[in-house]
Structures are given as C-alpha cells and as structure tokens.
Ligand binder design. Structure first.
Ligand SMILES: [Zn+2]
Length: 368
C-alpha cells in the first residue's frame, strides 16, 4: 500500500479533533522543524513529531550513542551503540514514519553554522544540555524571527517554555547572564530520572504541534516547571526585558556573539584521565600540540603532531583532516589551546576537545 493511501488512517485521531482537523494536519505536513539535540529531550520530541506527521525534521547532534544514554534516550538502542545519534535517529524515524523528510546535521551547533542550518525552518526545538547552545539558539531564533521551544531537565525536575520573537520574551530576557562556570552541575554528574526527560520532551512536542496548528494558550510568556519529586506542575509568567541584548533590538540589528562558549565560560575540556581513556580506545585519535617547536622538542605526548598556534589554521588545512576525526588539542597549560579551538570550529570539525591543564597536567599524572 502506498504511503499516501495510508495517511488518512495514520492521522485520523488528529483529524477528528476540531482544533486540529485536516487543515491542522496539513499544516503539520508542511511544517519544517529543527531539533537541536537527539538526546534525552530530543528523543521524545523526535518521536512525537515524526509520529504527528511533521513534514520536515532537521536534527543537529554530533555525539555518538553511548550505553549510558539508553536509560532515557529512547530513540537509540543497543543495536545503534557507537553510531552517530543523527544516524540512529534517522533509522528510528524511518521505521516510525517514512513520510517524514529528515535532514541530518552531524555537527556541533556553533556561531559559525547555526544561522545557515536554521534559516529554512519554521520552528526550533532546543533540547541541548548546555548554556552556550541555549543562548545561541535563542539568539538565532531572534535573528531569524523563528520561535524556539526550550526545555531543560535536572535530577527530578524540568522546565519548558516557548520563546516567540514576535510575541513574547526570549531566553535572554529571562536569563540575561549565564550562571558562573561550574556553578550548575550537569546531568552526567548529578543524574536525571529518565522518565522526566520523557515528560518534558513530550510537552515540548505538544507545544510545537500547538504552535504549528495555531492553537491558543501555549507556553509563550510562561515557564512551566515540573517536579517529579513532588508530582507538581507550576507556572511562572515571564515578560520581555526592554533592555534585552537580543530581542529588544530591531530585527536587522540583532547579531550573534563572537563566541558563546566564551560568554558562558565553557571549555570543552577533558581531564588527563579521560584523555588517556580516549587514547586507549580510539587508535585514530589525532593529538595536536600547539606549542612552539622548541617546546615540543623538549618533551611531548607520544603520537602528538606539532602545529604551533601562531600559524595554526594554515598548517591544520595542510593536514586535510576528515571532518569526523576526533581531535584533542594541548599546549603548556591550556590558554593557547582555547584560542586554537575557535579556529578549528570554523573548519567544521566538531569532535574537538582540549586537554585540561595542558602538558603540565599530563606530565604530573602520566609523564614520559
Ligand atoms: Zn529577549
């Protein structure tokens, strides 16, 4: 049976709802939704939007499926362990609803690619797990005049809202400044109840469908806060900040920051221990030493390549690295590596981290 013949029965429970109907279902079929992250929140979002017959789903994620993801990231499975989450998501959606057009972006969303990736979508869903991406996505929504549905989870708690540039406040209106680096622990250190991701992600998908079909009473100008610990929902009204860095400006004056990770004080750093683990499991790991040649000669991490930071980009281009390659950069103590990582991102290499503390830290723990 052709997919067109199958469609009426597939969406009949939507079409029978007067608030959606066949007109609303057509809007869903014509909608283009970009989902940032195919993880804990992205999984339920992707599931319900694909099932709802969203015409085009874009998915941005550079990570691979790890066994510790499977407690909550329900679109992935044992059979896709080690695969890119985007590829795993593609397989899941294809099985669920082959009528959905899927665009995959296996990159880290950054200030260099975010506008390009997002510009052809009607709605962005932010299921990311870090502050720099949240500010970036909110600013992109404001620049492109696209609503952003935001959610976050932590232990037994979750929050959801819609940042609609035309109507309500944005993420920056509510949180003008990021928290101090390290002051908010992430889910990998404090944990999260997997089913809470399902609750919050399902609300995000629900709100997305409501926005697309034009239902009233959405979470625009409201943050919905859920506590699974108390089995309680709470609503907080939020309003536009007239001094907001982004949405208080006219559309044409809104710009991205040069670096969202700098703004949030985030560095994709790895510890010496994690670095040693990476080295032991990935024979193709590329290790770049960005110190001066004489520093490199005086002692380096075995297997590393010396590309001095003062001519970094040119020499890196000569290496002609594959975009999927996993890179670790180190210098003496970390400062030069941070400068180089910004240049690397311009090349579209996504899987890059910095060895925290540089060779100083490595020498003190591993040594040569
Ligand atoms: Zn704002």
């Amino acid at each position: 049976m052709g997919s067109n013949l199958a469609q009426p029965s597939r969406y009949s429970r939507h079409e029978v709802l007067p608030e959606i109907g066949s007109a609303g279902q057509n809007k869903l079929r014509n909608a283009r939704v970009l989902c940032i992250g195919a993880g804990g929140l992205g999984s339920p979002v992707i599931s319900y939007l694909a099932a709802a017959g969203i015409g085009t789903l874009g998915i941005v994620d550079y990570d691979r499926v790890d066994r510790s993801n499977l407690q909550r990231q329900i679109i992935h499975s044992e059979s896709t362990l080690g695969e890119l989450k985007t590829d795993s998501a593609f397989q899941y959606i294809s099985r669920l609803n082959p009528d959905v057009k899927i665009n995959l972006y296996s990159v880290r969303l950054s200030e260099y690619n975010a506008i390009d990736i997002s510009k052809d979508y009607d709605l962005i869903i932010d299921g990311s797990d870090n502050f720099s991406t949240r500010y970036l996505v909110s600013d992109v929504g404001n620049i492109l005049d696209i609503p952003v549905i935001w959610g976050s989870v932590f232990k037994f708690y979750g929050q959801v809202s819609i940042f609609h540039p035309k109507i309500g406040p944005c993420y920056r209106c509510v949180f003008p400044q990021p928290p101090a680096p390290g002051s908010v622990p992430n889910c990998s250190t404090v944990g999260v109840m997997g089913a809470v991701c399902g609750t919050i992600g399902s609300i995000m998908a629900t709100e997305a469908i409501k926005v697309i079909v034009g239902m009233p009473n959405t979470l625009i100008s409201t943050i919905l806060i859920y506590s699974a610990e108390d089995s309680n929902f709470e609503r907080i009204k939020i309003s536009k900040n007239v001094k907001c860095y982004s949405c208080s400006k006219p559309l044409e004056a809104r710009t991205l920051l040069p670096s969202y990770q700098d703004f949030c004080g985030e560095v994709i750093g790895i510890t010496v221990h994690d670095f040693e683990t990476k080295r032991s499991i990935n024979p193709n790991l590329v290790i770049l030493d960005v110190r001066r040649p004489e520093e490199y000669e005086s002692g380096n991490i075995p297997g590393s390549i010396n590309i001095p930071s003062d001519d970094f980009l040119n020499q890196l281009l000569i290496l002609d690295l594959d975009r999927d390659v996993e890179l670790v950069i180190y210098c003496h103590s970390g400062a030069r590596s941070r400068k180089c990582i910004r240049e690397i991102e311009q090349l579209g290499l996504a899987n890059v981290s910095i060895l925290d503390g540089g060779i100083l830290a490595w020498n003190s723990i591993v040594g040569v």
